[in-house]
Design a protein around this ligand. Structure first.
Ligand SMILES: N[C@@H](CCC(=O)N[C@@H](CS)C(=O)NCC(=O)O)C(=O)O
Length: 219
């Protein structure tokens, strides 16, 4: 039997899954959400995507999309958060997201779990991450979002990771010299959009009733 809705395997706190949920909400793409527990991944997920990461999207043509950025583009390629960017901005977008996903993510993991990486101090790893934060601050000094005066897919791809970085030591972050970045992050954390994507869903089990995401406003 073919699915009526694309199936979306998600994990609430995962920044990659968060960015995918942000694109789904912004572009109003409805999917069947299946909340995964990473230590207990469902066989249905591993069957379509043996690499075993979330998020994964299984569309109604049975295509498997197993990279969060590809899910964002699947959801939002015809929506203004992506459509409003011209070719040059899209090139820049991919470069910035790549920097987020590679060097900033590496610094974030080491900063967050500094005791597991004793070669350097927590402060050292934080400074590594700050190279990216400074770049973002510079961009936000020119405009409201990272690419333009509205938030685009690029902001949504990066916000969950900056949130994680800030949460490692909120006192440090909120007192650091990144006023635009603090505004940008706080605006996001206080938004209905954030509340919506952080809604708690129970672990999915085969046979459960379908949960649609984004949920209808009265649900
Ligand atoms: N490049 C992947 C990375 C996804 C990823 O690493 N997700 C983490 C959770 S945040 C995961 O599923 N890890 C597998 C595990 O911990 O078992 C993407 O962009 O979707």
């Amino acid at each position: 039997m073919s699915a009526n809705y694309p199936i979306f395997y998600s994990f609430r706190r995962c920044p990659y899954a968060m960015r995918a949920r942000l694109a789904l909400v912004m572009a109003e793409r409805e999917v069947e959400l299946r909340e995964v527990v990473l230590k207990d991944k469902p066989a249905e997920l591993l069957k379509i995507s043996p690499k075993g990461t979330v998020p994964v999207l299984f569309d109604t043509d049975q295509n498997v999309i197993e990279e969060s950025l590809d899910i964002m583009l699947w959801a939002a390629e015809h929506h203004a958060i992506w459509q409003s960017l011209d070719e040059q901005q899209r090139k820049e977008a991919f470069i910035l997201i790549e920097e987020n996903d590679v060097s900033f993510k590496q610094a974030l993991d080491r900063y967050k779990y500094a005791d597991r990486y004793p070669e350097h101090s927590e402060q050292y790893y934080r400074q590594q991450g700050e190279q990216f934060l400074s770049k973002l601050e510079y961009r936000l000094n020119q405009q409201i979002g990272l690419m333009s005066d509205t938030l685009t897919l690029v902001d949504f791809a990066i916000l969950p990771f900056v949130r994680q970085f800030a949460l490692v030591n909120w006192d440090w972050f909120s007192n650091a010299d990144y006023p635009r970045l603090q505004n940008w992050l706080n605006g996001f954390l206080q938004s209905d959009l954030f509340t919506q994507i952080m809604h708690k869903y129970p672990q999915w089990h085969s046979g459960d009733e379908i949960i649609l995401f984004p949920a209808a406003p009265n649900q």
